[in-house]
Ligand binder design. Structure first.
Ligand SMILES: C[S@@+](CC[C@H](N)C(=O)[O-])C[C@H]1O[C@@H](n2cnc3c(N)ncnc32)[C@H](O)[C@@H]1O
Length: 244
């Protein structure tokens, strides 16, 4: 069985139905979680001993599970300020809590990070959370991520990173919308279709959009080095950055 198949099998068992729907509506979303897990595993292989990781945005636990199952040497504090979402992660991942490898915080990302000491965390990881933040809040979060990371710590984010080429980005986004219509119309879910379209307007708004070059520059301005965008899938990509 290849890595992607075993990843799918793991999710089929635990997050099951939601994962299958997400895979249909937005295939890159599940792939981004897998890729974030791969980056975490690569870091852990290179750094023996238990690594502490703060996750921003538990959601239903898809990215959390990918991180936890990617390597046994990582302990996660998963933050989400939306109880409806975090309850799902708690239900889906209770075995990991019992195993002592997962804790939750119900604070918002900025407050939760502010409560952590300087230089105290090996990895901050996230998927599809930062693009929801308004720019000013996101800047403050990035400064806090830098502060809490230990030297040589990693920030890993799988997210919507808009292409600098606005024409191509618009074309990709239009294809994405066409996909929502196809899948959700066939599923008879106009309610979900409406929600995804409304959400997309917010994602693409000037107040929130994470344009590739500007986002990488923002991280460098905060002090990060070796800032890289990897594994681009249409409007999505994995970003890694190092606190030197
Ligand atoms: C789109 S979900 C992503 C979940 C998961 N990583 C995935 O890829 O499916 C984003 C999550 O971030 C949470 N979130 C949004 N803004 C937040 C904030 N300011 N602080 C903490 N969590 C936040 C939302 O409640 C939501 O559960």
């Amino acid at each position: 069985m290849n890595t992607e198949n075993s990843f799918d099998a793991l999710f089929a068992g635990i997050i099951g139905q939601e994962y299958e729907i997400l895979k249909q509506i937005c295939p890159p979303a599940t792939e981004m979680s897998r890729l974030v897990g791969e980056e975490v595993a690569a870091f852990c292989h290179a750094h023996p001993g238990m690594q502490t990781l703060v996750e921003l945005g538990s959601g239903t636990g898809i990215t959390t599970l990918s991180i936890l199952s990617a390597h046994e040497g990582v302990k996660v504090l998963s933050i989400d300020n939306e109880p409806v979402m975090q309850e799902q992660a708690k239900n889906n991942l209770q075995d990991w809590v019992l195993a002592g490898r997962l804790d939750f915080s119900a604070n918002d990302a900025l407050s939760a990070l502010k409560a952590l000491p300087d230089d105290s965390v090996n990895i901050v990881a996230s998927a599809y959370t930062l693009h929801n933040f308004e720019k000013g809040y996101r800047q403050e979060v990035i400064a806090e991520i830098y502060r809490v990371l230990k030297p040589d710590g990693r920030f890993i984010n799988g997210d919507r990173y808009a292409l600098d080429d606005m024409v191509l980005h618009t074309r990709n986004t239009q294809q994405e919308v066409a996909g929502y219509f196809k899948v959700l119309t066939e599923m008879g879910r106009p309610d979900l279709l409406e929600q995804w379209i409304l959400h997309l307007f917010s994602d693409e708004s000037e107040a929130r959009i994470m344009r590739e070059s500007a986002s990488l520059a923002e991280l460098k301005d905060a002090g990060f080095q070796h800032v890289q965008l990897k594994s681009r899938l249409e409007v999505n990509a994995v970003m890694t950055a190092v606190k030197c």
